[in-house]
Design a binder for this molecule. Structure first.
Ligand code: AMP
Ligand code: GLY
Length: 430
C-alpha cells in the first residue's frame, strides 16, 4: 500500500525512516510525505499540500491510492483533519478533533481527570483575569498557570513567586496567546522528576509504547529559556516497571475508557507527561502525538514494524497484531540548533559531515534543514538536526551521540553537552 506522512520535523524524519522499512510497502508500495524535509526525502516522495485544506488532502489520497495517513504534529489533529479523512473512508493514525482536546484544551483534560479519578495536580479553570488572580492567591506560590489552548509550548508558567503568577494571568487575559488564552488553568505545583510515557491505542486496546525523558531548557544544567526540547533519551529508568504499571492502570486506561464513554474514542498515540511524585505518578499533561525529540529515541529502539502498528491503530484492531518490541539498549538524541534559538534562529548556515557522523552507527535526523539552490544542506529552523545513537546504557549512548556530533560541520549551530545527565550520574553512582 501507499502511505502518506504529514509533517516536517525530526519526529517525522524518524517516523519516515521506520515506515520506509515497513512490510506494508512491500510489493511496490510508496511512502509519500508532505511537506517533509531533505532527510525525509531520502525515504519518501515529497508532495506539496495545504493540510488545512482537507478536501485537497483527501483528493491526493484518492489520486495516489493512499492506504494509511500518519499525522505527525498536533495542529492538524486539533483542526479535525483525522475526522475528515475518516469520513472519506481513509485509514488515519491520529485522533479525531474531539479526542485531540486531550492536548488542545488543558481545562478539558483536567475535568476529565477529575471525573475519572485520575491523579493530577489540583486545579481551577478560570475565564477572567479577576478569577485568575483570586485563584493564584488561593493556591499561593509556587503555583502553575496555563493558557488553555495550543500555545506552541509557551503557555505554561511555573511561578515560584506570587507576582510572577499574577503577571502570567495578566498576560494570558491581555491576549498574548490569542484564542488559546481565552481561558486558563491555575494548578497546584507538583514536585518530583518528570518522565514521558507513550501508549498506542485504537480506542479500546492499549499497548505501552516506551518511555523517555527530555530536556526542555536551552542551556546546560537545565538552565535558560524553554525550547521544544534540546535532547532526549529512552528508556527513562526512573519510570520503573512498577511505576509504568501504575501509570497504565491509574492514568492511561481510565483516560481511554473515559474518552470512549464520552463518545469521543481516542485513537493514536497518547503521550503522557508524568510527574513522579512521592505519592506516585501524576499526570502533568497529555499530547495527542509523538514527542519531538522523544519520538527519535523511541524509533531508534523500536525493532518491530511501525507501519503494521499504526495501521492496526487506525483500523481498530490493535489487539490482533504483535505488540511493540524495543531493543534493550538505551537511545539518546542531541539536538543541534541554530544560533539564536529559542529566539530568532540564524537561517542559512551550511551543514556538512553527516555521512561521517553516521559512519559509527549513529542516525542524524533532519528537523529544520533545507537544500540551497546549489544543493548544499542549510539550516532553515531553530532545531536543525537530531544526532541519535544507541548504547548499552545512557552513558554509552551519550558518548556515541557526541562522537557523531563532533563529526558534523555546522559552524552556526550549537548543542547541549549534558543530555541525559541525570541518568549518567545515576549510572556512575552504580
Ligand atoms: P506542559 O506544557 O503542561 O507540559 O508544562 C510544561 C512544563 O511545566 C512541564 O514539563 C513541567 O516541567 C512544568 N509543569 C507543568 N505543570 C506543572 C505542575 N503542576 N507542577 C510542576 N511543574 C509543572
Ligand atoms: N518534547 C516535548 C514535546 O514534544 O512536546
Amino acid at each position: 500500500m501507499n502511505i502518506l506522512l504529514l509533517g516536517s520535523g525530526g519526529r517525522e524524519h524518524a517516523l519516515a525512516w521506520k515506515l520506509a522499512q515497513s512490510a506494508l510497502l512491500a510489493g511496490g508500495g510508496k511512502l509519500l510525505a508532505s511537506p517533509g524535509n531533505p532527510g525525509i526525502a531520502e525515504h519518501a516522495e515529497l508532495v506539496a499540500l495545504d493540510v488545512a485544506d482537507h478536501a485537497a488532502v483527501i483528493a491526493l489520497c484518492d489520486a495516489r491510492r493512499i492506504g494509511l495517513v500518519v499525522i505527525g504534529p498536533e495542529a492538524p489533529l486539533v483542526d479535525g483533519l483525522a475526522d475528515s479523512l475518516r469520513s472519506a473512508g481513509i485509514a488515519v493514525f491520529g485522533p479525531n478533533q474531539a479526542a485531540a482536546q486531550l492536548e488542545g484544551s488543558k481545562g478539558f483534560t483536567k475535568d476529565l481527570c477529575a471525573r475519572a479519578g485520575i491523579p493530577t495536580a489540583a486545579y481551577e479553570r478560570v475565564t477572567t483575569a479577576e478569577a485568575g488572580l483570586l485563584a493564584v492567591r488561593r493556591f499561593g506560590a509556587p503555583v502553575v498557570i496555563k493558557a488553555d489552548g495550543l500555545a506552541a509550548g509557551k503557555g505554561v508558567t511555573v511561578a515560584m513567586q506570587l507576582a510572577e503568577a499574577e503577571a502570567a494571568i495578566a498576560e494570558i487575559f491581555a491576549g498574548r496567546f490569542g484564542s488559546a488564552g481565552a481561558e486558563a488553568v491555575v494548578e497546584e505545583f507538583l514536585e518530583g522528576e518528570e518522565a514521558s510515557f507513550f501508549a498506542l491505542t485504537d480506542g479500546s486496546t492499549i499497548v505501552p509504547f516506551g518511555s523517555a525523558q527530555d530536556h526542555k531548557r536551552v542551556g546546560e544544567g537545565d538552565t535558560g529559556p524553554n525550547t521544544g526540547g534540546m535532547g532526549a533519551y529512552s528508556p527513562a529508568p526512573v519510570l520503573t516497571p512498577e511505576l509504568e504499571g501504575e501509570a497504565m492502570t491509574r492514568i492511561i486506561a481510565p483516560t481511554v475508557k473515559a474518552m470512549a464513554d464520552a463518545g469521543m474514542p481516542y485513537s493514536g498515540v497518547l503521550y503522557a507527561g508524568l510527574m513522579l511524585t512521592a505519592a506516585g505518578p501524576k499526570l502533568i499533561e497529555y499530547n495527542a502525538r509523538f514527542g519531538d525529540p522523544e519520538c527519535q529515541v523511541l524509533m531508534m529502539r523500536l525493532t518491530g514494524d511501525l507501519g503494521e502498528l499504526l495501521l492496526a491503530c487506525a483500523e481498530d484492531r490493535l489487539g490482533t497484531v504483535e505488540p511493540p518490541r524495543f531493543a534493550d539498549e538505551a537511545a539518546l538524541t542531541v539536538v543541534m540548533a541554530a544560533a539564536g534559538y529559542p529566539g530568532e534562529p540564524a537561517k542559512g548556515g551550511v551543514i556538512d559531515g553527516l555521512t561521517e557522523a553516521e559512519s559509527g552507527g549513529a542516525k542524524v535526523f533532519h528537523a529544520g534543514t533545507a537544500r540551497a539552490a546549489d544543493g548544499s544542506l542549510i539550516a532553515s529552523g531553530g532545531r536543525v538536526l537530531n544526532v541519535t545513537a544507541l548504547g548499552q546504557n545512557v552513558t554509552e549512548a551519550q558518548a556515541r551521540a557526541h562522537s557523531a556530533v563532533g563529526r558534523v560541520r555546522f559552524p552556526t549551530g550549537f548543542c547541549r553537552g549534558d543530555i541525559g545527565w541525570r541518568e549518567v550520574a545515576r549510572e556512575a553512582g552504580g
